[in-house]
Write a protein that binds this ligand. Sequence first.
Ligand SMILES: [Fe+2]
Ligand SMILES: [Fe+2]
Length: 209
Amino acid sequence: MKSDDRLAAVIAVVVKDDRVHARFLNTFSFLEYIGFRKIVKSQRAEIVTRTLLTHALEECRHALLLKKLAVKLGGRDFDFYRVETMFCPEAAKTYFQELDHQCDAKFAQLDDLERSKLVYLYVTWLIERRALDVYGCYKDNLGGSDLAPRVNALLAEEVGHLCAVEAGIAAGDPQHAARSAQFEALEAALYRDFVGAMAREIAIHRAEA
Ligand SMILES: [Fe+2]
Ligand SMILES: [Fe+2]
């Protein structure tokens, strides 16, 4: 799942201007925050494990890290998830909610507990793969910036989440090989919409600046 040229073009523009860069970081902090909330809310307490709590904690930490970097570059305005401190937050929310919703629909025939477990695993799998792709592309554009080691630490944790979830899917879904391609296509379409919205909003922002 390599990032498309559109994302690479967006990031190349973003890193050249501190305030644009801060909005980009706060947008991804927002996505991490949504991810954190979803993990916490999606599972019944009786099946919450150390692995799940660690995952939630680390996604919250990613939201915090990216927000700290946004504040460092853009100032205290970025300490909030206000619309004007992000790019296309509605599209970001839609990406995540639709992914969740469409994956959930694929498992409609299962009981609640089994369905929520599999939806969590597949949504996490898709998100982690995308996160590695986006943050990898972002890191490549940071060059020797002092932000790069912070992004490296985040990437290492995302790799850990991906490994854990791949093991969970292999163990929990005998049909995972057949299902994976379908889920990948579903996520890719939603992601294209999100990056398209972000590219358009950044272009408008730059034209008005
Ligand atoms: Fe994350
Ligand atoms: Fe993650």
